[in-house]
Ligand binder design. Structure first.
Ligand code: PMP
Length: 329
């Protein structure tokens, strides 16, 4: 966070600290209005406060959606490997999670996706795009076909969408108001993971539905004010997104040069491989003082894009390891 943002945040917190004896504004209207303005600007789709819902991170947003639309006797389908919290949130809401595997290159296979939706008729479908942990984007026409085929709701998890030049699924909201909900977060592009602020964009009926299951006053005064201040500084914060995306493209190009397989990434991390034993390679990076992630996807490791010098350290370890590790591609 920039110094200007920190200064404004401190001033806003000081002002509101004097009223912490009061409960917060329970519908977070001011914050949701600011989020609606941001989404309209960022995605080019005009939305207003009635279309936006906010909670403590998109994890809570997803949980509220499952509380409202999942539950005992209902099911949710996801395209795996994908965000590990989707099945966990399903378990917590007693929603059956159905896994439809991605293809050998970790993309959603359109035909298999449509078949799985027709076969299982899930109440909820998750599409994570850009996907975590692989980084790839599902083309918007594939998203639309899945929405058309889905008998229930489709949650498009766009936690990393600011890092991608591809169109947001908000562009489909007007066409599929009863089915589509787009989940987003300030954790990634806004450098605001500690602030805990996620939101969704959808038809106002979705907002009314989650209002039935949210806890009273779920979003504290401090969360609401901090997020509103962070949104007011969006220009400087989002400036780092462009730099980070350029660094990502540099890292991808170099990894390919070194002979690694790289999943095309439109996110703030890169998945690469393919390794006969990815955990041994993870250890090899750690032995060179570079900590990356083994998300448990066979053959792949995930590296988060950092500062240029951190990326250099990662690439130098990758160069060191390239000749010694066993690859399977
Ligand atoms: N969706 C995806 C795809 C994620 O990767 C994450 C965080 N890792 C989240 C949602 C949740 O983020 P938060 O709760 O911080 O908004």
């Amino acid at each position: 966070p920039s110094e200007a943002l920190v200064k404004d945040m401190v001033a806003a917190v000081e002002k509101h600290a004097r009223q912490l004896n009061r409960y917060p504004e329970r519908d977070a209207v001011e914050l949701r209005t600011a989020l609606a303005e941001y989404v309209s600007e960022q995605t080019g789709v005009a939305v207003s406060v009635e279309n936006v819902w906010a909670a403590n991170g998109s994890n809570e947003v997803l949980q509220q959606l499952l509380q409202a639309f999942g539950g005992p006797g209902r099911s949710a389908l996801g395209f795996t490997p994908s965000y590990s919290m989707h099945p966990i949130l399903c378990a917590g809401t007693q929603t059956e999670f159905i896994s439809c595997p991605r293809d050998a290159d970790f993309r959603i296979d359109e035909e298999e996706a449509l078949e799985a939706v027709a076969k299982h008729r899930p109440d909820v479908v998750f599409i994570t795009t850009p996907n975590n942990p692989t980084g790839d984007v599902t083309p918007i026409d594939v998203v639309e076909k899945i929405v058309q085929a889905a008998p229930g709701i489709v949650i498009v998890d766009e936690a990393y969408m600011e890092f991608s030049p591809s169109p947001s699924a908000t562009t489909l909201l007007e066409k599929y108001p009863t089915k589509l909900v787009v989940s987003r977060t300030m954790s990634k592009a806004f450098d605001f993971a500690g602030g805990r602020l996620g939101y969704f964009v959808a038809d106002p009926a979705f907002v009314e539905a989650v209002m039935l299951v949210r806890l009273p006053y779920h979003l504290s005064v401090l969360s609401q004010i901090a997020a509103t201040v962070a949104l007011a500084h969006k220009e400087e914060t989002l400036g780092t997104v462009a730099k980070l995306s350029a660094e990502r493209d540099r890292v991808v190009a170099r990894l390919k040069e070194l002979g690694y397989y790289v999943v095309p990434s439109e996110s703030n991390f890169v998945s690469f491989g393919r390794f006969a034993d990815q955990h041994a390679v993870w250890q090899g990076f750690l032995d060179r003082d570079v900590l990356i992630r083994d998300n448990g996807v066979p053959g792949l490791l995930r590296a988060t894009i950092g500062l240029p010098e951190e990326n250099d350290a990662f690439l130098s370890a990758a160069a060191d390891l390239a000749d010694t590790v066993e690859m399977t591609n």
